[in-house]
Design a protein around this ligand. Structure first.
Ligand SMILES: [Zn+2]
Ligand SMILES: [Zn+2]
Length: 137
């Protein structure tokens, strides 16, 4: 699960305590949140869906909410898989930057195109992070 698409060239550090990974497998990747070290990963967190106490490494953060596996599964079924957002820009480079910087929480920027009949409005497409990741592995 770790480093399967090599987009992280930077050092892997724990999002909670900042501990830097010595080995790639000493940190866990929490979808929507980032890497956590083993110690922080074992700490209990409260699920925003059902209130259950679960270990941090088992949760998924979806649109800013920490969810246990069960709640995440329920959310995933009803959540939107793709999102579109419009950005105003003069060039494709500018639109690209704006789209990346304004990625919605929990979504990955996958592409951009000019809105039909417009010269400045770009439509950025985002895919939900968990779907994006499962497609890449
Ligand atoms: Zn930590
Ligand atoms: Zn829950």
């Amino acid at each position: 699960m770790l480093g399967h698409h090599g987009k992280r060239a930077e050092t892997v550090a724990c999002r909670v305590c900042g501990a830097v990974a010595e080995k790639a497998d000493s940190h866990h990747y929490v979808t929507g949140f980032g890497y956590v070290c083993r110690r922080c990963g074992l700490q209990p967190v409260v699920c925003d869906g059902c209130g259950a106490k679960v270990r941090r490494m088992t949760v998924t953060v979806l649109r800013g909410r920490t969810l246990c596996l069960n709640c995440y599964r329920v959310e995933r079924e009803k959540g939107e898989k793709r999102l579109f957002k419009e950005h105003l820009a003069d060039s494709v480079e500018e639109a690209f930057t704006a789209a990346l910087e304004n990625s919605p929480e929990g979504y990955v920027f996958v592409g951009i195109r000019l809105k039909p009949s417009s010269k400045q409005v770009w439509v950025a497409e985002y895919e939900r992070e968990d779907i994006f990741l499962s497609r890449c592995s």
